[in-house]
Design a protein around this ligand. Structure first.
Ligand code: ADP
Ligand code: MG
Length: 336
């Protein structure tokens, strides 16, 4: 070979050498996916009808007969849905749980999740902890991670969840009837209170039990109220604000009684909490005749379910004090 002549093989070898040096210092995209996002919940693939998962161009899902496929996507952003002082495993858990909460509100049983993540960098510690949070939520709901996308940029986490519901049984926001009772699972205000405590790093605050870091997706309730609830929504932005969505979609109004709203801590019940959001409880409406069955569900699941009001003709959601006065409520969380 003459000096200076271009030789493809030599060029390629040099290129590969440089490339492998790059990989030594930091993982490539493929290795990153392999190491941190593969094999999460693999033992749940088969039972959820996933015949091809991470590693191909797309994922193959067998939808069971007589079921409808229910899907929802949620993006979690730093400073809005999570904060940089949170542990990556809690960020991961929270991002998936809030997506699952939408399935709960529809009465669906979750089957899988996908993760599209944009990362600032590839810190091993960060990713190891993040993976743990994915494993935690995968094991809790028995669902596998079946695909996604990985890119570099400002931290952003998009979770796509899929589930199934018996054909035609999907619970929507639209179905409320005039005179329905309005029910709420659990209580509200705890996540907001936790967030305030976490920010102040209060002594003795038990991080593990935090409803903010680890919201409960009420899948069990959603499944049980199929055929009972006329409409449902999960409380993400604020109780009254989210109830307004049911009312708007169902062309109804509602009366909600302040004294009946279960605040997480009665001593510290504050009207501000009524729309504070992040509760991920289920608010649903049902015919008053269903009350007995709903009480039994509450007892069986060991989750309080409380009547907080009723739907009425009109368009407004009114919050009424013990003296029968209509209260002014601050609006819930608004992204725009
Ligand atoms: P393509 O270039 O064909 O889109 P990718 O390199 O983006 O493929 O992804 C390769 C495989 O890895 C795909 O199966 C994809 O679903 C999966 N994947 C990529 N990123 C993630 C992630 N963050 N979580 C789970 N699976 C992922
Ligand atoms: Mg891709």
């Amino acid at each position: 070979m003459l000096e200076g002549e271009w030789e493809p093989q030599v060029y390629l070898n040099q290129f590969l050498k440089n490339k492998s040096l790059e990989f030594e210092n930091s993982l490539g995209e493929y290795e990153l996916i392999q190491e941190y996002f593969s094999d999460i919940g693999s033992s749940y693939l088969k039972k959820n009808g996933i015949s091809l998962s991470i590693g191909d161009d797309a994922t193959l899902i067998n939808t069971p007969e007589n079921k409808d496929s229910v899907q929802s996507v949620d993006t979690a952003l730093e400073g809005v849905h999570f904060f940089n002082w949170m542990e990556p495993k809690d960020i991961a858990y929270r991002s998936v749980a809030i997506a699952l909460s939408d399935l709960a509100a529809c009465g669906a049983s979750p089957s899988w999740f996908m993760l599209s993540i944009t990362l600032k960098d590839k810190s091993k510690d960060w990713l190891t902890s993040f993976r743990q949070g994915l494993i935690d939520v995968s094991d809790e709901f028995k669902i596998p991670l079946i695909g996604g996308d990985t890119t570099r940029g400002g931290l952003s986490i998009t979770v796509h969840v899929g589930g199934i519901v018996d054909r035609g049984k999907f619970i929507s926001r639209k179905g409320a009837k005039e005179g329905d009772l309005i029910f709420l699972s659990g209580s509200i205000g705890s996540a907001t209170n936790d967030l305030t405590s976490l920010r102040k790093e209060k002594k003795g605050f038990k991080k593990n039990n935090s409803r903010y870091l680890r919201p409960k997706a009420r899948i069990s309730i959603g499944k049980e109220i199929i055929g009972i609830a006329n409409s449902a929504i999960d409380i993400s932005d604020g109780l009254i604000q989210d109830l307004q969505h049911i009312c708007k979609e169902s062309n109804l109004g509602a009366n909600v009684y302040l004294k009946d709203i279960p605040f997480y801590d009665l001593k510290r019940a504050k009207i501000e909490y009524i729309n504070s959001g992040d509760d991920y409880e289920i608010c649903f409406t049902a015919d008053p005749l269903q009350k007995k069955r709903i009480n039994k569900i509450s007892k069986d699941l060991n989750i309080p379910i409380t009547v907080i009001g009723e739907t009425v003709k009109g368009r407004e959601v009114r919050v009424i004090s013990e003296d029968g006065l209509e209260l002014e409520i601050e609006s819930g969380y608004k992204h725009f």
